[in-house]
Design a protein around this ligand. Structure first.
Ligand SMILES: Cc1cc2nc3c(=O)[nH]c(=O)nc-3n(C[C@H](O)[C@H](O)[C@H](O)COP(=O)(O)O)c2cc1C
Length: 546
């Protein structure tokens, strides 16, 4: 049936069905393969055979800017010029490899952006005009992470470029993200679509941090339709390999001030269909199992249209702890997931408050400034070891306008009390004092990392409300916001001298029961843990690039 003829609730039903079907329950995990079929393990690197490769530079890590400076208005570095070096830096600090790991004969790559199971479904694209030292003609490129290079998929006329970027500041680039769902589905089955969208959010966050380091800004362009993005990025071109579903498009502007976003003209996007596309994508696995994800993703494609998002007013932050020495790029490239937590390290209370304050989408905040919609996710925290703070269940309300709705939804919460020493501008509440370690472990699929850290958390999304307001295409956007919070927490943990880990494996409804959530107003979308790491000494670390 044509999707256009469906009522809004009929359009949303498949989203609710998918969400319910892919919940992990104590009785049964969401449908998945149940074992790893090594014969069909997907190649982690997509290449376009036949597309010319432009090598990017592996840039030396610099002491400036400092990590904390990018959160302080007025301390951001001046906008760098757009050239071969700075484009290299942008990708090196966002989607590049960060290291190779070796255990015996096995070797695998890690990347700057985190990914569920290290499977990396997210592919990056650059659409740019002529760039000094990089290209003389406008082009669409696929980013090849293993080579740290740009595969030129198509070149196009300067006239088309001028139409596309008319109204944007000089030097604007566009960065696109697309997902190869099969990479995650190979291991995680039906629930994999969720992880792909978390990962897209991590990549989006990583790009926003990398841009901030250059004094640039990223902004999500939400008016083109998904089909138009497929034309622009070339993912709609026919081929025999695993499909790539376009997720999002960012304008990367080399200025610091907020810009009024012009529209991308539909006719210009349409013109990309008939470009002379070069290169054929590699096949990642010899055979596949169909978990229904491509069909589901097709239902979530956004139609073209300007979205009038609700305005977001967050009170200005009065909490400004002293800046710390770590350099932004050092933290970006050293970021790793903890594979185990020590069960001992305790976090100073002010570091905890600083981390939480950084997750607020206050005006101009990195990375959330890239999103056009107001914050939809809140943090339910299970605090285990934070100095001078009673262990227990806490709630960070990321949009104060949602306070009343959360009070109504969280029926298990005791009286909401302000924690000791909490900055006035941080909307954090203690809902219950308790030793929550056993609950944290059990709910995060019995993973010790959730109980042995300083705290773990569940990201609660306003769910049925925004979906009913905007439509099915908003479902992935909730995960993107979750992934961005995750990428920020990874860097915050590094800056505090500890580590963190994303947790996609959790039991959805048992967490809802802990909180007393009884309907779909709020749903738990992602877990995270932050604590003192235990290193795996069996592994050897090798450089990302020779
Ligand atoms: C969406 C998402 C879900 C994840 N879920 C888990 C998890 O349930 N348990 C776990 O130990 N690690 C989890 N991780 C961590 C990944 O395994 C880790 O990011 C990946 O192995 C790459 O390692 P790196 O983060 O050190 O680069 C998750 C990461 C992401 C981004």
């Amino acid at each position: 049936m044509n999707q256009r003829n469906l009522t809004p609730s009929a359009l949303l039903q498949p989203v609710f069905d998918y969400h319910e079907a892919t919940k992990h329950r104590f009785e049964a995990f969401a449908s998945g393969p149940g074992f790893l079929d090594w014969a069909t393990q997907p190649d982690p690197f997509r290449r376009y055979a036949g597309a010319p490769l432009i090598r990017l530079k592996t840039v030396a890590v610099t002491d400036e800017p400092r990590y904390d400076a990018i959160f302080t208005p007025g301390s951001l570095p001046p906008a760098a010029p757009v050239n071969h070096h700075t484009i290299s830096q942008l990708f090196y600090d966002s989607l590049a490899l960060s290291a190779w790991k070796r255990l015996g004969e096995t070797r695998w790559a890690l990347r700057v952006n985190a990914s569920s199971g290290n499977l990396h479904p997210t592919e990056g694209y650059l659409v740019c005009g002529p760039v000094t030292g990089l290209c003389e003609r406008p082009m669409v490129c696929h980013y090849a992470a293993k080579e740290h290079g740009l595969e030129v998929r198509a070149e196009f006329d300067p006239e088309l470029w001028n139409t596309l970027c008319a109204g944007f500041p000089a030097g604007t680039l566009f960065v696109g993200l697309a997902s190869i769902h099969w990479r995650e589905a190979w291991k995680y089955g039906q629930r994999a679509y969720r992880y792909c969208m978390h990962d897209a959010g991590h990549a989006l966050g990583a790009l926003a941090f990398a841009a901030a380091g250059l004094g640039w800004r990223m902004r999500l362009l939400d008016e083109p339709g998904t089909d138009e993005l497929a034309l622009l990025l070339g993912t709609s071109q026919p081929h025999e390999a695993e499909p790539e579903e376009p997720d999002l498009l960012l304008a990367c502007v080399p200025v610091q001030q907020a810009i009024k976003q012009p529209e991308l003209p539909a006719a210009a996007l349409q013109a990309f269909e008939s470009l002379d596309w070069q290169g054929s994508p590699n096949r990642l696995s010899p055979s596949h199992l169909d978990w229904g994800i491509e069909a589901f993703a097709a239902r979530l494609r956004k139609p073209r249209g300007v979205i009038e998002y609700q305005p977001f007013t967050h009170p200005p932050q009065s909490f400004s702890p002293p800046p710390r020495p770590p350099a932004l790029r050092r933290l970006i490239r050293q970021r790793r997931s903890a594979v185990a937590m020590d069960g001992e390290t305790s976090l100073p209370r002010d570091d905890f408050y600083r981390m939480l304050a950084r997750t607020l989408a206050v005006p101009g905040s990195v990375p959330f400034d890239a999103l056009p919609w107001k914050s939809r996710l809140h943090l339910a925290l299970l605090v285990h070891r934070v100095d001078d703070l009673p262990p227990g269940l806490y709630l960070l309300v990321r949009d104060p306008a949602q306070t009343a709705a959360l009070r109504q939804a969280l029926t298990q919460a005791g009286p909401w009390r302000r924690p000791p020493g909490c900055p006035e501008s941080l909307p954090l509440y203690c809902l219950m004092e308790a030793d929550a370690r056993a609950a944290a472990r059990q709910i995060s699929c019995q993973q010790d990392i959730a109980s042995d850290g300083c705290f773990s958390l569940a990201m609660l999304a306003g769910f049925s409300g925004p979906l009913e307001c905007y439509g099915p295409w908003f479902y992935p956007r909730l995960y993107w916001e979750a992934g961005m919070i995750g990428q920020l927490l990874y860097l915050e943990a590094e800056a505090a001298g500890i580590r963190s880990t994303g947790i996609g494996c959790f039991f959805d409804d048992p967490m809802h029961e802990v909180l007393g959530i009884e309907d779909r107003t709020f749903q738990d979308l992602y877990h995270f843990t932050v604590g003192g790491p235990v290193e795996d000494t069996r592994l050897t670390t090798l450089p990302a690039y020779e």
